[in-house]
Structures are given as C-alpha cells and as structure tokens.
Design a binder for this molecule. Structure first.
Ligand SMILES: [Zn+2]
Length: 328
C-alpha cells in the first residue's frame, strides 16, 4: 500500500530533521513517492485529454497551520483593522456553518492518471474531513468535475481558510482560484449559500486592503475576486473608499505590477470573459484614482508618469516624453 511506503519515507527523510515551526503531523509527507507517482502519471498521459498542469508535483507540508496571529482577535495590533479582521473571521465561520456536512456527488469521478487516487476521490464524498493541501489544490484546480458546484461546496470552508492562511499556491495567478469559484456558478446557489460566498469575498477584500502585510497581495486578491464574481466594479469601489496607509501601499504595489501590461493594453491577469471591459475599467479607475493617492504615498515620479500615460491612447501614449519604451 502506498500509505505504508509513504509513511516509511516520511519517517526516514523527515523524522528527526525537524521542520522547525511545523510540528510533526499525523499524515505522511509523500515526497519521493509522490514524485514517482507523478512521473508515472505523466507516462500514462498519452491517452488522456487533460494535461498534468493541474498537478503540482511538489512536496507539500500537510496539516492545518494555525491561522495567522493577525486573525486572532486577541492579537490585533492594528487599530485600523479590527472590524475587517472580525468580519473575515465571521465570514469563515459562516462558510463552515453553511457548507459543513456537504460532499461531492456520490457518482463524481476523476481520472487516476492525472488527478488522483480512488482513495483521494473517496475523501471528497465524506463530509468535513480535512484534505491535505496537495489534494485540496488538485481538487479546486481540476477543470473536469461532472458536478463542480458540489465539489466546490465540499471544499469551500477549507479552501477559504487556506486562502487566508496563505497556503494556496496557484501555478500562475490567483485568478485561477477565482475561476474555480466561477465554474461552480455559486451566484446561482440557494441564497444562504451564495450570500456566504459573497460575504467571504467581500470580507477577504476588506481585510486584505487594511492589512499592511496580507498573506496574498492585494493585486492577486483583486484578480481572484474579480474572476470569481465576473465583475470588477464593487471591488474597485471598496478600494476607493478604503484610503488608509495600507490600502495606498497596496495600490502603489499593484500600479507598479500592472503598468507594463496596462500600457500595452493588456489586462494584467488571465480572464475568461469580458477581458476588454475589465481592462478598460481598471485603466480608467487607475487614471482617475491613483495619481493623488500615490503622490501622497510617495511613489516615484516614473510610476506617476506611467499612470498618466494610461490616460492617453495610441501615438499620444507611445510618443509622449515619458514613454518607458516597453516592448511587447
Ligand atoms: Zn487522466
């Protein structure tokens, strides 16, 4: 059995070396065995229509880490943040209350060659048991569930907590997580379920904006919640109203991250639909809102020039004195 060999590997390769602040956990860390299994899957892929991109093939430290200190109401040190913190904690509780006890459909299946084992699939049909992070990752990423909504409901409380903890690792960007939400069509779920998801997205955003050092950068969270909800508008509206130092700092970081793509008329993340509308909206919002905030925040003149150039189009932009000479 895989479990036995994995456990031995775990004991021999990890036991004793001490993973520092991670206590030894009851589940094995299948480092080598997992890699071998991945390789085996790759070799079987000839007949499979899905590629192995959804399978991270990397050592993952399993088990629940504690929530960050900052989420602990007793450890709040930022006086501007407590309401966002408490709201996020309440939203996580709300997800657990609403989606606890849910499972994937009894007939749900996936391909062993690229997704995972029968044992792992069986775990999705048992409510509430904690999945290891690698299994959690493969589950939200898989594009080929028969009933993605049921799978998403099964994992939502743990996925949301993992997002807050910073232990979700997409391959490219956090818009992938948002697309998993979108695939579940959560906005069409029963009201109490849809509201729990909506409240989590809003609470995550509010907390991210006010947290000076969020687990996931604001520009990534924005991509996630935009793809999850198919709209940019409410999130930008919130950013407009949250104007403390942390939110301005995230705006400076995001503007620096986005300017290259936006100056080339590209949305800075992969979007499934309405990419052009989102790019136009984000660009116009930045041109309108960013300069005063960023100037007050003390960003470079260079970045301010680039934001200003976003307000120009075509030759006016490319022939302007401060055009950075980007090539695409
Ligand atoms: Zn397959």
């Amino acid at each position: 059995m895989r479990e036995d060999s994995d456990t031995k590997l775990f004991e021999s390769s990890v036991g004793g070396s001490g993973f520092g602040r991670y206590p030894l956990l009851p589940r094995p860390v299948p480092a080598l065995a997992e890699r071998v299994r991945c390789l085996a899957r790759r070799l079987q892929l000839a007949g499979c229509r899905w590629r192995p991109e959804n399978h991270p093939c990397k050592l993952t430290i399993f088990g629940r880490r504690k929530l960050p200190e900052s989420l602990n109401a007793n450890a709040m040190t930022n006086p501007h943040q407590p309401s966002a913190r408490l709201r996020l904690a309440a939203a996580l509780d709300g997800l657990a209350a609403v989606f606890g006890g849910m499972t994937a459909h009894p007939d749900e299946h996936n391909c062993e060659c690229h997704w995972g084992s029968a044992d792992e699939l069986a775990q999705l049909k048992v409510p509430d048991t904690e999945l290891d992070l690698d299994l959690l990752g493969r589950t939200w990423q898989a594009p080929d569930w028969s009933d993605h909504a049921s799978v998403l409901r099964r994992i939502l409380p743990q996925l949301a907590t993992a997002l807050v903890e910073g232990s979700v690792e997409p391959h490219d960007g956090f818009e992938e997580v948002g697309r998993s939400f979108a695939r579940g069509l959560w906005q069409q779920w029963p009201t109490v379920q849809a509201e729990a998801v909506r409240e989590f997205l809003h609470a995550l955003w509010a907390d991210t904006l006010t947290d000076p050092d969020p687990a996931v950068p604001a520009y990534e969270v924005l991509a996630l919640i935009t793809e999850a909800s198919a709209t940019l508008t409410p999130w930008l509206t919130t950013w407009e109203t949250v104007t403390d130092r942390a939110a301005d700092s995230h705006l400076a970081e995001a503007a620096a991250k986005w300017e290259y793509d936006l100056l080339g008329d590209q949305l800075p993340w992969d979007s499934w639909e309405n990419e052009e509308e989102k790019r136009t909206e984000l660009t116009a919002w930045l041109v309108r809102n960013a300069p005063a905030r960023l100037r007050a925040h003390g960003v470079s003149e260079e970045l301010l020039h680039r934001i200003r150039l976003l307000g120009l189009t075509g030759d006016d932009r490319w022939e302007a004195p401060h055009w950075p000479g980007h090539r695409y």
